[in-house]
Design a protein around this ligand. Structure first.
Ligand SMILES: Cc1cc2nc3c(=O)[nH]c(=O)nc-3n(C[C@H](O)[C@H](O)[C@H](O)COP(=O)(O)OP(=O)(O)OC[C@H]3O[C@@H](n4cnc5c(N)ncnc54)[C@H](O)[C@@H]3O)c2cc1C
Length: 471
């Protein structure tokens, strides 16, 4: 299935608008979601497990299940990695994470390390280190708390001074006071990694169906009995909703409340240029990481846009702690998204096209003012890159849970239904580890990683909602 798609070219209507196959050197990233999309073929009539969503969480879970001999089908409405998993910065880091994610993230780093060899494909993974720079001594001292957390988990995170930072990061004109550094953190290439894991899952026996929206789930006696796709139903007793930015809408159609909001991130890629760093640098003005092709993936360090929708009001109270924490970086935007969500039905007949077929690929436009800011900040911080052109830009909708860590759980009200979503702005790096843990949840196998704190009910049982890390 994936191979079929790779060779198709030309115009199509994958996201409701005519788009052109742009698989050229100036659209390396966008080729993930803009190549031609064929409808699904060979849909089986039954499976042990059906996964909804072909992002890194869905494909990693499919891969681990298939390796254990589980008969698994993955349905993706658009392209593998067409949404968040193909549009992210590519950072694979444990540094700065919420403690609830750390064991899963450390497992993920172990998987990333051996991934290319195990699946026989390049995923662009390398450990170049992760730097959170400090623009004042006060900011540098504020990192000490996380250095202490790192010590508890035997992670070699340390604070480095100005001199060491400038030795390791070349050509910076920034007046940094130092940085927090985790040398074992790394990066991978999103446009390569998720499709490569999907192909590995296929080789292990998983069936990966693209252009195949799941409209809903059928139940018998309160338990899942089938998944209804746009093409046909698949009988199953076990479903995983790994639908990224669509999980809340999907679950709501089944009467299950999954609090989730979206923020838009604008990202750009430069042409190859001199090496200023081999790793990832996060500064309040710039997020930058070296790319495998010798360029840089760059983004503004402190601008995320939240398109206000009816869900913003619905979930306002639950997201208030996160909004207060992020109020300096989250800009509210008022556009078509409000009307679009308002007009989207909450439930639909399963024998008619669903909202998931209407928007095959959530493909927001990058914001020009943010791109201008990225350009300015590159030139200010790395004057040596001032003549390096930005050759591609795109945007992605990050979906967040109220405490910005994922929800991984079985849903009591519909036996056999599970959800893995809300990975917020850091689900790419943790994706392979999450896949292993979720596969364990679905098969009842103990992976040694406790996910009790990631239960959905934490947002409804009176537990305090306290984000420990940023979006
Ligand atoms: C701009 C940006 C920068 C980021 N930077 C980083 C980073 O540097 N490091 C990091 O770790 N993380 C980063 N992230 C976050 C990371 O990309 C996400 O957390 C992660 O990719 C989520 O993976 P997922 O599989 O849960 O969701 P997604 O990748 O969004 O996949 C969900 C899929 O489900 C499909 N789907 C939805 N509904 C249906 C349906 N009904 N039927 C069939 N298919 C359906 C969608 O089409 C989609 O492809 C970033 C995200 C963005 C947008």
């Amino acid at each position: 299935m994936l191979a079929d798609i790779a060779v198709e070219c030309g115009k199509h209507e994958s996201d409701g608008r005519m788009t052109t196959n742009t698989n050229t050197s100036d659209s390396i990233v966008a080729s993930t979601w803009s190549n031609a999309l064929a409808g699904p073929v060979g849909i089986p009539d039954k499976a042990d497990v059906v996964i909804i969503g072909g992002g890194i969480v869905g494909v990693s879970t499919a891969w681990f299940l298939a390796k254990q001999g589980v008969d698994v089908v993955l349905c993706e409405k658009g392209h593998i990695a067409g949404e968040q998993s193909g549009r992210n910065w590519g950072w694979v880091r444990v540094q700065g994470r919420d403690t609830r994610e750390i064991p899963m993230m450390l497992e993920s780093l172990r998987i990333w390390e051996g991934l290319a060899e195990e699946i026989g494909e390049d995923v662009g993974f390398t450990r170049g280190g992760c730097f959170f720079t400090a623009n004042s001594m006060k900011e540098l001292q504020s990192f000490e708390k996380w250095v202490g957390i790192a010590r508890d988990y035997e992670i070699e995170t340390r604070l480095i001074n100005k001199a060491e930072l400038h030795e390791r990061v070349h050509g910076s004109a920034a007046d940094w006071s130092g940085a927090m550094l985790t040398e074992s953190d790394g990066r991978a290439e999103p446009h390569k990694a998720t499709p490569a894991i999907a192909r590995a899952a296929e080789r292990s026996g998983a069936r990966i169906l693209t252009g195949c929206a799941v409209r809903g789930v059928e139940t018998t006696g309160g338990a899942v009995s089938a998944v209804v796709t746009e093409a046909r139903s698949i009988k199953t007793s076990t479903v995983l909703c790994a639908a990224g930015a669509w999980s809340s809408m999907f679950c709501r159609s089944l009467g299950i409340d999954v609090p989730q909001l979206r923020v838009r991130g604008t990202v750009a890629r430069t042409a190859p240029a001199a090496k200023v760093t081999d790793g990832n640098i996060f500064d309040e003005r710039l997020g930058i990481r070296r790319r495998e092709d010798g360029g840089y993936t760059v983004a503004h360090g402190s601008v995320l846009e939240h398109p206000v929708t009816p869900s913003s009001f619905r979930y306002f109270a639950k997201f208030l702690p996160a909004l207060m924490q992020e109020f300096k970086i989250v800009r509210l935007s008022f556009g078509d998204e409000f009307i679009d969500e308002w007009n989207t039905p909450k439930t639909w007949d399963l024998d008619k096209p669903s909202p998931f077929e209407e928007t095959r690929v959530l493909n927001p436009a990058p914001t020009q003012s943010v791109l201008n800011g990225i350009r300015r900040n590159i030139d200010t911080i790395f004057p040596g890159l001032a003549n390096t052109p930005i050759v591609e830009s795109w945007a992605g909708m990050i979906e967040s849970s109220p405490d910005v860590v994922p929800i991984i759980d079985a849903i009591d009200r519909v036996r056999g239904l599970h959800v893995a979503t809300g990975f917020s702005g850091h689900g790419f790096g943790i994706g392979p580890g999450a896949g292993k843990v979720i596969a364990g949840m679905l098969t009842g196998t103990d992976t040694g990683i406790d996910i009790a704190d990631l239960r959905l009910n934490r947002f409804f049982d009176g537990s305090p909602i306290r984000p420990q890390s940023s979006i």
